[in-house]
Design a protein around this ligand. Structure first.
Ligand SMILES: Nc1ncnc2c1ncn2[C@@H]1O[C@H](COP(=O)(O)OP(=O)(O)OP(=O)(O)O)[C@@H](O)[C@H]1O
Length: 259
């Protein structure tokens, strides 16, 4: 589904800047088979979000290749890039950033369908959007509310509905459950697991919460200062970490690695 090879992303540098560019991502490679979940973990500033933004083509890569469904996202033409925009959806920690405070949540889910010219009529778009909201278990009586009238967990359900209404192949979840308390977090993780089974979606998860990663990821890449220090199957990484840095990350999980 996704293959990232020797990815490098740099910031700064250039003709007017005497300093060498800063390599925020420095030679990272990983693959995600369709229908599976890969997690990027590492301390703050290790390059997780920058890697994900490069995969979604929101961030230019300096080196390497990013192959999504057999095509390099770095060299796509305008039409294929638009299809990539539909096919790769992001869900962030704070859904306030993506939800318009003046719109009802139903209208917020209609919007991407309108933007991508999907569905023949406004009423078909509303129906499709309502079905997506129902799928994420947002009760119908909340569809006409504004984001501020919902709880954090309900808002995150709306953000997920906005993403899945476009039927993406790849969902990037950037600290998507980090702001939620544990019971709400657990119900969102269950929803994501159900959606993955139903639709065969592929997930790229960014999380500093290794308890969440252990629960949902099939494979993990551990990033440190833009480099992959360790990667492999989740159970292997957690049960026998090879690198001190990984051991320290695991040791920092509240309640221990088996929480
Ligand atoms: N637009 C930018 N311009 C300059 N430097 C940047 C930019 N975006 C990120 N960086 C730097 O790149 C490095 C990696 O940042 P990134 O956001 O990818 O880390 P992260 O692992 O996602 O961290 P966090 O967990 O705090 O979100 C950091 O040193 C950051 O300061």
């Amino acid at each position: 589904m996704l293959a990232v090879r020797d990815l490098a992303v740099t910031f700064g540098g250039g003709l007017l800047n005497r300093r060498a560019p800063f390599r925020a991502v420095d030679g990272v490679s990983f693959e995600i088979p369709r229908g599976t979940t890969h997690a990027l973990v590492g301390e703050s500033g290790s390059g997780k979000t920058t890697t994900a933004r490069a995969v979604a083509a929101f961030q230019a890569a300096a080196e390497g290749s990013i192959t999504l469904l057999g095509r390099d996202v770095r060299t796509l033409g305008a039409g294929a890039r638009r299809e990539l925009r539909r096919n790769v959806q992001l869900v962030y920690q704070n859904p306030f950033g993506s939800l318009d405070p003046r719109r009802t949540v139903l209208d917020s889910v209609v919007e991407p369908l309108t933007n991508f010219g999907l569905e023949a009529s406004p009423s078909a778009r509303r129906e499709h959007a309502a079905a997506a909201l129902t799928r994420v278990s947002l009760p119908a009586e909340l569809h006409q509310r504004r984001p501020r009238e919902l709880s954090g967990g309900q808002r995150q359900r709306v953000a997920i509905a906005r993403a899945i209404v476009l039927h993406p192949e790849l969902l990037i979840l950037d600290e998507a459950t980090s702001a939620l308390d544990v019971t709400v977090q657990a119900s969102i993780l269950r929803l994501l697991d159900d959606l993955q089974r139903e639709r065969g979606m592929t997930y790229l998860v960014i999380s500093h919460d290794l308890a969440v990663v252990r629960q949902i990821a099939d494979t993990v890449t551990v990033l440190r200062q833009g480099r992959a220090v360790e990667q492999g199957a989740t159970a292997a990484i957690f049960d026998s970490p090879q690198h001190d840095y990984t051991r320290d990350l695991i040791a920092a999980i509240p309640g221990g690695a088996h929480a």
